[in-house]
Design a protein around this ligand. Sequence first.
Ligand code: M6R
Length: 378
Amino acid sequence: EKQGFRHFMVKEIYEQPGVVRTCLEAYLNHQWNPDSDQSPINLGIPTELYSDLEHIQIVACGTSWHAGLVGKYLLQELAQIHTNIEYASEFRYSPPPITANTLTIGITQSGETADTLAALAMVKERRENQPAKYQAKLLGITNRVDSSLASIVPDLIDTRAGIEIGVAATKSFIAQLMAFYFLALDLAYHRKTLSNVQIEEIITELRQLPAQIEIILESQERYIEELAHEFTETTDFIFVGRGINYPIALEGALKLKEISYIHAEGYPSGELKHGPIALLDAKVPVVAIAMPGKVYEKTLSNAQEAKARDSRLIGVIAMDDKEAAETFDELLPVPQVNELLSPVLTVIPLQLLSYHIAARRGLDVDQPRNLAKSVTVE
Ligand code: M6R
């Protein structure tokens, strides 16, 4: 069933263009045009979830938390709605005060993560018997609509990635990101925070993502496999990104530590100089995501700070970006794209890098030590 791939993880990485296509097919309203009076998005969730909405809180764990953090940037930027994200395991024991007109989103690939389910159940219980505006509005985002999540949350977005076997989440993460693009655009449409023409532009760009992921897979895989050989003995990695690519730095670091057992940390680039820079030397490579956009120049100058400490610099950059190409020692180029959509592309070379390092180290990529596909205990 690995269809010629060595591991499920790499097979699932290669399934990602198809997953994005499936999501686009399922959730875009294909009749829509900027003159029509319906939403361009069809998530199949009741619009009452959106009424009088003032605040969104997201609860999740692990990679799903990273997708939620991308979601927070999208919901704030596109739909202008105040959004918080919490680790479900923290939220349970330090719940925030109950705010009015709040939508709580639980995001879990498996739909079985104990902390995420318990956090959602707690929101439901605490908000029972409250005045109407404090009542719980709950939404689940999951790859398993048949999971325990469905018994807690009445409305679900099905991420449609298909069964994921590798313990390291890859295609399910990409599908979670897609769910947040659709949710943010649907909310932007209903809240009128974007014009229909602006929404149409973003949809046009979303439609290009599958082919752009294919370009990365085709052009980068061989090179990344070679590059990975150089890091089989490395003991520490730092990943940095800013803005909407900060969660991707976290995700790149999580993937690497999960399957290769190399110590890796993700930081917002601007935080490097507030402590982590003390770790840097020629033995600690730095992977920086430096895509064109509003934090581009700052990100490059943060990367240069690392270079001055002799760190080997690996840049996830836009293809044809000469300035960035000169800054980095190794280049992981991805197609040029709207900054808000870039996480869907920038995560791909990082998945491949962690995969090839772990495979090169001869590790059990699909079943890493100490980990389970779903964490059903606290
Ligand atoms: O099933 P969930 O999305 O709730 O799982 C949450 C985490 O346990 C999960 O994302 C974990 O971090 C993955 N192994 C990451 O690759």
